[in-house]
Design a protein around this ligand. Structure first.
Ligand code: ZN
Ligand code: CU
Length: 486
Protein backbone atom coordinates (compact mmCIF):
# COMPACT_ATOMS: atom_id res chain seq x y z
CA UNK A 1 0.00 0.00 0.00
CA UNK A 2 1.20 3.50 -0.73
CA UNK A 3 1.53 5.90 2.18
CA UNK A 4 -1.62 7.30 3.78
CA UNK A 5 -2.52 10.89 2.89
CA UNK A 6 -2.82 11.93 6.49
CA UNK A 7 -1.91 10.54 9.89
CA UNK A 8 -3.35 11.96 13.09
CA UNK A 9 -0.59 11.09 15.56
CA UNK A 10 -0.61 10.51 19.30
CA UNK A 11 -4.26 11.35 19.82
CA UNK A 12 -6.72 9.97 22.34
CA UNK A 13 -9.15 7.85 20.39
CA UNK A 14 -12.79 7.84 21.47
CA UNK A 15 -14.09 5.64 18.69
CA UNK A 16 -17.85 6.23 19.03
CA UNK A 17 -18.75 2.77 20.34
CA UNK A 18 -18.82 3.88 23.96
CA UNK A 19 -15.64 1.88 24.70
CA UNK A 20 -13.01 3.58 26.90
CA UNK A 21 -10.57 5.97 25.24
CA UNK A 22 -7.13 4.79 24.18
CA UNK A 23 -4.00 6.33 22.70
CA UNK A 24 -3.73 5.78 18.94
CA UNK A 25 -2.51 6.96 15.55
CA UNK A 26 -5.17 7.16 12.82
CA UNK A 27 -4.27 6.94 9.12
CA UNK A 28 -6.50 8.28 6.35
CA UNK A 29 -6.28 7.70 2.63
CA UNK A 30 -8.73 9.19 0.19
CA UNK A 31 -12.12 9.19 1.85
CA UNK A 32 -11.42 6.31 4.25
CA UNK A 33 -9.78 5.45 7.54
CA UNK A 34 -7.15 2.91 6.50
CA UNK A 35 -5.30 2.12 9.73
CA UNK A 36 -5.49 2.54 13.47
CA UNK A 37 -2.19 1.86 15.24
CA UNK A 38 -0.33 2.24 18.49
CA UNK A 39 0.87 5.82 19.08
CA UNK A 40 3.94 6.71 17.05
CA UNK A 41 3.67 3.73 14.70
CA UNK A 42 1.95 5.13 11.61
CA UNK A 43 3.52 7.33 8.95
CA UNK A 44 1.88 9.40 6.22
CA UNK A 45 2.56 12.06 3.60
CA UNK A 46 1.06 14.57 5.97
CA UNK A 47 1.10 14.16 9.74
CA UNK A 48 -0.62 16.18 12.41
CA UNK A 49 0.36 15.76 16.02
CA UNK A 50 -2.83 15.70 18.09
CA UNK A 51 -1.33 14.93 21.51
CA UNK A 52 -3.74 15.78 24.29
CA UNK A 53 -6.65 15.96 21.86
CA UNK A 54 -9.53 13.55 21.35
CA UNK A 55 -10.01 11.96 17.93
CA UNK A 56 -13.68 10.99 17.51
CA UNK A 57 -16.00 10.12 14.64
CA UNK A 58 -17.53 13.23 13.04
CA UNK A 59 -20.76 14.06 14.81
CA UNK A 60 -24.12 13.28 13.24
CA UNK A 61 -26.73 15.98 13.76
CA UNK A 62 -29.85 13.83 13.50
CA UNK A 63 -32.34 16.66 13.69
CA UNK A 64 -31.78 19.57 11.35
CA UNK A 65 -33.47 21.93 8.97
CA UNK A 66 -30.30 22.41 6.95
CA UNK A 67 -31.81 21.25 3.63
CA UNK A 68 -31.25 24.50 1.75
CA UNK A 69 -28.38 25.73 3.94
CA UNK A 70 -26.24 23.00 2.36
CA UNK A 71 -26.80 24.77 -0.97
CA UNK A 72 -26.79 28.42 0.08
CA UNK A 73 -24.00 28.11 2.61
CA UNK A 74 -21.90 25.10 1.55
CA UNK A 75 -19.13 25.74 4.10
CA UNK A 76 -21.76 24.83 6.74
CA UNK A 77 -19.62 26.68 9.29
CA UNK A 78 -22.34 26.50 11.95
CA UNK A 79 -22.07 22.72 11.92
CA UNK A 80 -18.46 22.05 10.81
CA UNK A 81 -17.35 24.32 13.69
CA UNK A 82 -19.02 21.86 16.08
CA UNK A 83 -17.37 18.79 14.57
CA UNK A 84 -20.56 17.79 12.76
CA UNK A 85 -19.95 15.91 9.51
CA UNK A 86 -23.47 14.71 8.66
CA UNK A 87 -26.81 16.49 8.98
CA UNK A 88 -30.14 14.68 8.75
CA UNK A 89 -32.46 17.17 7.04
CA UNK A 90 -36.18 17.34 6.31
CA UNK A 91 -37.45 17.04 9.86
CA UNK A 92 -40.75 18.06 11.48
CA UNK A 93 -42.77 17.39 8.31
CA UNK A 94 -40.97 20.00 6.19
CA UNK A 95 -38.75 19.29 3.18
CA UNK A 96 -38.14 21.29 -0.02
CA UNK A 97 -38.92 18.24 -2.18
CA UNK A 98 -40.88 16.65 -3.70
CA UNK A 99 -42.99 19.77 -4.00
CA UNK A 100 -45.68 20.72 -6.50
CA UNK A 101 -47.72 23.11 -4.34
CA UNK A 102 -48.19 26.88 -4.54
CA UNK A 103 -45.23 29.24 -4.89
CA UNK A 104 -44.07 31.03 -2.86
CA UNK A 105 -44.39 28.31 -0.27
CA UNK A 106 -46.95 28.51 2.54
CA UNK A 107 -45.65 30.18 5.70
CA UNK A 108 -44.75 27.06 7.64
CA UNK A 109 -42.61 25.73 4.84
CA UNK A 110 -40.88 29.09 4.52
CA UNK A 111 -39.39 28.29 7.92
CA UNK A 112 -36.90 26.13 6.02
CA UNK A 113 -37.14 27.29 2.38
CA UNK A 114 -36.82 30.97 1.50
CA UNK A 115 -36.06 30.62 -2.21
CA UNK A 116 -38.60 29.20 -4.63
CA UNK A 117 -35.97 27.50 -6.77
CA UNK A 118 -35.30 25.02 -3.96
CA UNK A 119 -38.90 23.78 -4.06
CA UNK A 120 -38.25 20.99 -6.54
CA UNK A 121 -40.67 18.50 -8.05
CA UNK A 122 -38.53 15.46 -7.33
CA UNK A 123 -36.09 14.52 -4.60
CA UNK A 124 -33.60 13.56 -7.31
CA UNK A 125 -33.59 17.15 -8.61
CA UNK A 126 -33.12 18.54 -5.11
CA UNK A 127 -30.25 16.14 -4.37
CA UNK A 128 -28.55 17.35 -7.56
CA UNK A 129 -28.76 20.95 -6.32
CA UNK A 130 -27.08 19.89 -3.08
CA UNK A 131 -24.32 18.02 -4.88
CA UNK A 132 -23.71 20.88 -7.30
CA UNK A 133 -23.15 23.21 -4.33
CA UNK A 134 -20.31 20.96 -3.08
CA UNK A 135 -21.05 21.30 0.63
CA UNK A 136 -18.40 20.66 3.28
CA UNK A 137 -20.44 18.05 5.14
CA UNK A 138 -22.81 15.19 4.30
CA UNK A 139 -26.58 15.46 4.07
CA UNK A 140 -29.15 12.68 4.52
CA UNK A 141 -32.72 13.64 3.73
CA UNK A 142 -36.18 12.90 5.05
CA UNK A 143 -39.33 13.69 3.09
CA UNK A 144 -41.80 15.90 4.95
CA UNK A 145 -45.40 14.77 5.25
CA UNK A 146 -46.52 18.45 5.29
CA UNK A 147 -44.65 19.01 2.01
CA UNK A 148 -46.56 16.12 0.44
CA UNK A 149 -49.81 17.60 1.76
CA UNK A 150 -49.08 21.04 0.32
CA UNK A 151 -48.39 19.36 -2.99
CA UNK A 152 -51.49 17.19 -3.13
CA UNK A 153 -54.32 18.83 -1.15
CA UNK A 154 -54.43 22.19 -2.93
CA UNK A 155 -55.53 25.33 -1.08
CA UNK A 156 -58.07 23.50 1.08
CA UNK A 157 -55.68 22.09 3.68
CA UNK A 158 -57.63 22.21 6.92
CA UNK A 159 -59.04 18.72 6.59
CA UNK A 160 -58.03 15.08 6.43
CA UNK A 161 -56.84 13.84 3.04
CA UNK A 162 -59.17 11.75 0.87
CA UNK A 163 -58.27 8.17 -0.03
CA UNK A 164 -57.13 9.27 -3.49
CA UNK A 165 -54.98 12.06 -2.06
CA UNK A 166 -53.45 9.70 0.48
CA UNK A 167 -52.52 7.33 -2.34
CA UNK A 168 -50.91 10.18 -4.27
CA UNK A 169 -48.86 11.26 -1.27
CA UNK A 170 -47.81 7.66 -0.68
CA UNK A 171 -46.66 7.32 -4.30
CA UNK A 172 -44.69 10.58 -4.07
CA UNK A 173 -42.95 9.26 -0.96
CA UNK A 174 -42.27 5.94 -2.65
CA UNK A 175 -40.60 7.72 -5.59
CA UNK A 176 -38.54 9.97 -3.31
CA UNK A 177 -37.29 6.94 -1.37
CA UNK A 178 -36.33 5.31 -4.68
CA UNK A 179 -34.43 8.53 -5.44
CA UNK A 180 -32.44 8.15 -2.22
CA UNK A 181 -34.33 9.89 0.59
CA UNK A 182 -33.79 7.96 3.84
CA UNK A 183 -37.25 8.30 5.36
CA UNK A 184 -40.28 10.43 6.13
CA UNK A 185 -40.91 13.01 8.84
CA UNK A 186 -44.22 14.29 10.12
CA UNK A 187 -45.08 17.37 12.18
CA UNK A 188 -48.64 16.78 13.34
CA UNK A 189 -48.24 19.57 15.88
CA UNK A 190 -48.27 22.14 13.07
CA UNK A 191 -51.25 23.39 11.13
CA UNK A 192 -52.33 22.25 8.58
CA UNK A 193 -50.63 18.84 9.07
CA UNK A 194 -52.50 18.69 12.40
CA UNK A 195 -55.66 17.96 10.40
CA UNK A 196 -54.19 14.67 9.24
CA UNK A 197 -55.56 11.56 10.94
CA UNK A 198 -53.37 8.76 12.28
CA UNK A 199 -54.64 6.63 9.39
CA UNK A 200 -53.61 9.22 6.81
CA UNK A 201 -50.03 9.38 8.08
CA UNK A 202 -49.74 5.60 8.49
CA UNK A 203 -51.00 5.01 4.97
CA UNK A 204 -48.73 7.66 3.43
CA UNK A 205 -45.82 6.15 5.39
CA UNK A 206 -46.54 2.60 4.14
CA UNK A 207 -43.57 2.42 1.69
CA UNK A 208 -41.03 3.04 4.50
CA UNK A 209 -40.88 -0.56 5.66
CA UNK A 210 -40.25 -2.02 2.22
CA UNK A 211 -37.41 0.49 1.62
CA UNK A 212 -35.91 0.00 5.08
CA UNK A 213 -36.42 3.72 5.71
CA UNK A 214 -37.07 5.61 8.96
CA UNK A 215 -40.05 7.53 10.34
CA UNK A 216 -39.35 10.63 12.44
CA UNK A 217 -42.04 12.54 14.28
CA UNK A 218 -42.50 15.98 15.70
CA UNK A 219 -45.41 14.62 17.68
CA UNK A 220 -48.94 15.97 17.71
CA UNK A 221 -48.49 16.96 21.32
CA UNK A 222 -45.42 17.47 23.54
CA UNK A 223 -47.41 18.83 26.47
CA UNK A 224 -50.50 17.67 28.34
CA UNK A 225 -51.31 14.88 25.87
CA UNK A 226 -47.79 13.66 25.25
CA UNK A 227 -48.45 10.04 26.23
CA UNK A 228 -51.27 9.71 23.68
CA UNK A 229 -49.04 11.36 21.07
CA UNK A 230 -46.30 8.81 21.78
CA UNK A 231 -48.81 5.98 21.26
CA UNK A 232 -49.88 7.51 17.96
CA UNK A 233 -46.27 7.88 16.81
CA UNK A 234 -45.41 4.29 17.71
CA UNK A 235 -48.56 3.06 15.95
CA UNK A 236 -47.67 4.89 12.72
CA UNK A 237 -44.14 3.46 12.79
CA UNK A 238 -45.36 -0.08 13.45
CA UNK A 239 -47.96 0.06 10.71
CA UNK A 240 -45.34 1.37 8.28
CA UNK A 241 -42.86 -1.27 9.43
CA UNK A 242 -40.27 1.43 10.10
CA UNK A 243 -37.71 2.47 12.67
CA UNK A 244 -39.34 5.25 14.75
CA UNK A 245 -37.53 8.39 15.89
CA UNK A 246 -39.31 10.81 18.21
CA UNK A 247 -37.87 14.24 17.50
CA UNK A 248 -36.59 16.72 20.12
CA UNK A 249 -38.14 14.87 23.02
CA UNK A 250 -39.43 17.30 25.63
CA UNK A 251 -42.19 17.79 28.19
CA UNK A 252 -43.39 21.24 27.24
CA UNK A 253 -44.85 23.95 29.47
CA UNK A 254 -44.70 24.37 33.23
CA UNK A 255 -47.56 22.06 34.16
CA UNK A 256 -45.72 19.20 32.45
CA UNK A 257 -42.35 19.73 34.08
CA UNK A 258 -41.13 16.49 35.62
CA UNK A 259 -43.05 14.23 33.27
CA UNK A 260 -39.86 12.61 31.91
CA UNK A 261 -40.67 10.30 34.85
CA UNK A 262 -43.56 9.05 32.69
CA UNK A 263 -42.21 9.38 29.15
CA UNK A 264 -38.82 7.72 29.58
CA UNK A 265 -40.21 4.49 31.11
CA UNK A 266 -42.82 4.50 28.34
CA UNK A 267 -40.00 4.68 25.79
CA UNK A 268 -38.17 1.85 27.57
CA UNK A 269 -41.26 -0.32 27.45
CA UNK A 270 -41.96 0.38 23.75
CA UNK A 271 -38.31 -0.10 22.77
CA UNK A 272 -38.56 -3.72 23.94
CA UNK A 273 -40.66 -4.73 20.97
CA UNK A 274 -40.03 -2.14 18.28
CA UNK A 275 -37.03 -0.13 17.07
CA UNK A 276 -37.77 3.24 18.66
CA UNK A 277 -35.37 6.06 19.41
CA UNK A 278 -35.45 9.76 20.21
CA UNK A 279 -33.27 12.81 19.90
CA UNK A 280 -32.85 15.76 22.21
CA UNK A 281 -31.16 19.15 22.20
CA UNK A 282 -29.34 20.47 25.27
CA UNK A 283 -31.39 23.60 26.08
CA UNK A 284 -34.54 24.47 28.06
CA UNK A 285 -35.89 26.67 25.27
CA UNK A 286 -37.26 25.56 21.92
CA UNK A 287 -37.72 27.47 18.68
CA UNK A 288 -40.14 27.45 15.78
CA UNK A 289 -42.62 29.76 14.11
CA UNK A 290 -44.28 32.44 16.22
CA UNK A 291 -47.73 31.08 17.13
CA UNK A 292 -50.31 32.71 19.37
CA UNK A 293 -51.37 29.29 20.65
CA UNK A 294 -47.87 28.67 22.05
CA UNK A 295 -47.50 31.89 24.04
CA UNK A 296 -49.26 30.66 27.18
CA UNK A 297 -47.04 27.59 27.37
CA UNK A 298 -43.82 29.57 27.59
CA UNK A 299 -42.26 31.46 30.49
CA UNK A 300 -40.60 33.82 28.02
CA UNK A 301 -40.74 34.37 24.25
CA UNK A 302 -37.98 35.90 22.10
CA UNK A 303 -38.62 36.79 18.45
CA UNK A 304 -36.08 35.23 16.05
CA UNK A 305 -37.28 36.88 12.84
CA UNK A 306 -40.28 38.81 11.54
CA UNK A 307 -41.09 39.78 8.01
CA UNK A 308 -43.51 42.49 9.12
CA UNK A 309 -41.02 43.98 11.58
CA UNK A 310 -37.43 42.90 10.88
CA UNK A 311 -36.14 44.92 13.86
CA UNK A 312 -37.99 42.55 16.20
CA UNK A 313 -35.33 39.82 15.75
CA UNK A 314 -33.62 39.05 19.07
CA UNK A 315 -36.14 40.97 21.20
CA UNK A 316 -38.49 39.84 23.97
CA UNK A 317 -42.09 39.69 22.74
CA UNK A 318 -43.26 41.43 25.94
CA UNK A 319 -41.08 44.47 25.18
CA UNK A 320 -42.34 44.63 21.62
CA UNK A 321 -45.95 44.42 22.84
CA UNK A 322 -45.30 47.21 25.37
CA UNK A 323 -43.81 49.38 22.66
CA UNK A 324 -46.75 48.73 20.34
CA UNK A 325 -49.18 49.33 23.21
CA UNK A 326 -50.96 46.01 22.70
CA UNK A 327 -51.17 42.49 24.15
CA UNK A 328 -48.51 39.89 23.35
CA UNK A 329 -51.18 38.04 21.35
CA UNK A 330 -51.87 41.04 19.16
CA UNK A 331 -48.14 41.72 18.84
CA UNK A 332 -47.68 38.12 17.65
CA UNK A 333 -50.35 38.76 15.00
CA UNK A 334 -48.74 41.97 13.84
CA UNK A 335 -45.28 40.39 13.46
CA UNK A 336 -46.43 37.59 11.08
CA UNK A 337 -44.88 35.77 9.43
CA UNK A 338 -42.35 35.34 12.21
CA UNK A 339 -40.34 32.91 14.32
CA UNK A 340 -39.65 32.70 18.05
CA UNK A 341 -37.77 31.02 20.89
CA UNK A 342 -39.93 29.65 23.71
CA UNK A 343 -38.65 28.96 27.22
CA UNK A 344 -40.83 25.94 27.98
CA UNK A 345 -38.82 23.08 29.54
CA UNK A 346 -37.31 22.23 32.89
CA UNK A 347 -33.55 21.77 33.23
CA UNK A 348 -34.10 18.59 35.19
CA UNK A 349 -36.16 17.08 32.36
CA UNK A 350 -33.55 18.05 29.77
CA UNK A 351 -30.84 16.35 31.85
CA UNK A 352 -32.97 13.22 32.29
CA UNK A 353 -33.58 13.00 28.53
CA UNK A 354 -29.90 13.59 27.66
CA UNK A 355 -28.89 10.92 30.18
CA UNK A 356 -31.07 8.21 28.68
CA UNK A 357 -28.76 5.65 27.03
CA UNK A 358 -30.79 5.74 23.80
CA UNK A 359 -30.87 9.54 23.46
CA UNK A 360 -29.32 10.83 20.26
CA UNK A 361 -28.21 14.44 19.95
CA UNK A 362 -29.94 16.64 17.38
CA UNK A 363 -29.69 20.43 17.24
CA UNK A 364 -33.04 21.37 15.62
CA UNK A 365 -31.29 24.61 14.66
CA UNK A 366 -32.98 26.90 12.15
CA UNK A 367 -30.21 28.17 9.84
CA UNK A 368 -32.33 30.78 8.07
CA UNK A 369 -33.37 32.64 11.23
CA UNK A 370 -32.09 36.17 11.54
CA UNK A 371 -31.46 35.75 15.29
CA UNK A 372 -31.36 31.96 15.68
CA UNK A 373 -31.57 29.82 18.79
CA UNK A 374 -27.98 29.22 20.03
CA UNK A 375 -28.42 25.47 19.48
CA UNK A 376 -27.63 26.09 15.80
CA UNK A 377 -23.96 26.83 16.65
CA UNK A 378 -23.66 25.29 20.11
CA UNK A 379 -25.40 21.93 20.54
CA UNK A 380 -22.58 19.40 20.25
CA UNK A 381 -19.80 21.27 22.12
CA UNK A 382 -22.37 22.06 24.82
CA UNK A 383 -23.10 18.37 25.37
CA UNK A 384 -19.37 17.57 25.42
CA UNK A 385 -18.19 20.51 27.51
CA UNK A 386 -21.11 21.55 29.67
CA UNK A 387 -23.13 18.40 30.27
CA UNK A 388 -20.39 15.76 30.13
CA UNK A 389 -17.20 17.44 31.37
CA UNK A 390 -18.50 20.20 33.65
CA UNK A 391 -21.65 18.60 35.07
CA UNK A 392 -20.52 14.97 34.81
CA UNK A 393 -23.91 13.83 33.53
CA UNK A 394 -22.22 11.03 31.56
CA UNK A 395 -18.73 10.11 30.41
CA UNK A 396 -17.17 11.69 27.34
CA UNK A 397 -17.27 8.26 25.68
CA UNK A 398 -21.04 8.15 26.24
CA UNK A 399 -21.48 11.72 25.00
CA UNK A 400 -19.63 10.84 21.80
CA UNK A 401 -21.61 7.61 21.33
CA UNK A 402 -24.91 9.53 21.47
CA UNK A 403 -23.74 11.77 18.62
CA UNK A 404 -22.07 9.12 16.46
CA UNK A 405 -22.59 5.33 16.42
CA UNK A 406 -26.06 5.38 18.00
CA UNK A 407 -27.20 7.92 15.42
CA UNK A 408 -25.55 6.13 12.48
CA UNK A 409 -27.14 2.83 13.45
CA UNK A 410 -30.59 4.31 13.99
CA UNK A 411 -30.61 6.14 10.65
CA UNK A 412 -28.81 3.40 8.72
CA UNK A 413 -25.78 5.57 7.92
CA UNK A 414 -23.48 2.68 7.05
CA UNK A 415 -19.71 2.96 7.58
CA UNK A 416 -20.10 6.16 9.59
CA UNK A 417 -20.30 6.98 13.29
CA UNK A 418 -17.30 4.86 14.32
CA UNK A 419 -13.56 5.24 13.90
CA UNK A 420 -12.81 1.89 12.27
CA UNK A 421 -10.59 0.72 9.44
CA UNK A 422 -12.63 0.84 6.24
CA UNK A 423 -15.07 3.45 7.55
CA UNK A 424 -15.37 6.88 5.96
CA UNK A 425 -12.94 9.45 7.28
CA UNK A 426 -15.56 11.60 8.99
CA UNK A 427 -13.57 12.80 11.99
CA UNK A 428 -13.66 15.42 14.69
CA UNK A 429 -10.55 16.31 16.68
CA UNK A 430 -11.31 18.32 19.81
CA UNK A 431 -9.66 19.48 22.99
CA UNK A 432 -11.48 17.79 25.89
CA UNK A 433 -10.24 20.42 28.35
CA UNK A 434 -11.60 23.43 26.49
CA UNK A 435 -14.43 22.29 24.22
CA UNK A 436 -17.51 24.43 24.92
CA UNK A 437 -20.32 26.29 23.17
CA UNK A 438 -20.07 30.09 23.14
CA UNK A 439 -23.32 30.92 21.33
CA UNK A 440 -25.90 32.45 23.69
CA UNK A 441 -29.51 33.56 23.37
CA UNK A 442 -28.25 37.14 23.19
CA UNK A 443 -25.36 36.40 20.81
CA UNK A 444 -26.29 33.22 18.97
CA UNK A 445 -23.96 33.32 15.98
CA UNK A 446 -20.64 32.32 17.53
CA UNK A 447 -18.45 29.31 16.79
CA UNK A 448 -17.70 26.94 19.65
CA UNK A 449 -14.27 26.65 21.27
CA UNK A 450 -12.05 23.61 21.28
CA UNK A 451 -12.93 22.03 17.93
CA UNK A 452 -9.48 21.60 16.38
CA UNK A 453 -10.24 19.83 13.13
CA UNK A 454 -13.27 18.50 11.27
CA UNK A 455 -12.76 16.10 8.35
CA UNK A 456 -15.57 14.92 6.10
CA UNK A 457 -14.79 12.00 3.77
CA UNK A 458 -11.13 12.82 4.37
CA UNK A 459 -11.51 16.48 3.32
CA UNK A 460 -10.95 19.29 5.81
CA UNK A 461 -14.18 21.13 6.64
CA UNK A 462 -13.01 23.15 9.65
CA UNK A 463 -9.54 23.81 11.03
CA UNK A 464 -7.93 26.34 13.34
CA UNK A 465 -11.14 28.20 14.04
CA UNK A 466 -12.13 28.68 10.41
CA UNK A 467 -14.12 26.93 7.70
CA UNK A 468 -11.91 25.27 5.09
CA UNK A 469 -12.35 25.11 1.33
CA UNK A 470 -14.27 21.91 2.01
CA UNK A 471 -16.34 20.27 -0.70
CA UNK A 472 -16.01 16.79 0.83
CA UNK A 473 -19.68 16.40 1.72
CA UNK A 474 -22.03 14.00 -0.06
CA UNK A 475 -25.70 13.23 -0.36
CA UNK A 476 -26.15 9.95 1.54
CA UNK A 477 -28.65 8.01 -0.55
CA UNK A 478 -30.71 5.17 0.86
CA UNK A 479 -29.79 2.58 -1.77
CA UNK A 480 -26.07 3.26 -1.47
CA UNK A 481 -26.31 3.06 2.32
CA UNK A 482 -28.06 -0.32 2.08
CA UNK A 483 -25.43 -1.60 -0.30
CA UNK A 484 -22.68 -0.41 2.00
CA UNK A 485 -24.31 -2.01 5.03
CA UNK A 486 -24.63 -5.39 3.34
ZN1 ZN B 1 -39.93 19.91 15.31
CU1 CU C 1 -37.37 20.44 13.90
Amino acid sequence: MTAPDLVLRNGTLIDGSGEPRRAADIAIKGDRIVAIGAPGTLRGDNEIDVSGKVVAPGFIDVHTHDDTALIENPSMAMKASQGVTTVVCGNCGFSPAPYSGPKPAPHNLSLIVKQERFLTQSFAAFAELVEAARPSINGAFLIGHATLRYSVLGADLDRAASAAETTRMRDMLDNALSDGAIGMSSGLFYPPAAHATTDEVAEVAAPLGRHGAVYTAHMRDEGNDILAAMDETFEIGRRAGAQVVVSHHKCASRQNFGRMRETLPKFDQAMKDWPIAFDVYPYVAGSTILRKQMLDRADKVMVTWSEAMPSAGGRDLKDIAAELGCSIYEAADRLQPAGAIYWQMSEDDVRKALSHPQAMIGSDGLPLDQHPHPRLWGTFPRVLGHYSRDLGLFSLEEAVRRMTSLSARTFGLAKRGLVREGHYADICVFDPATVIDTATFEEPIKPAQGIVLTLCNGVVAWQGGHPALGGGGRVLRLQELKKEAA
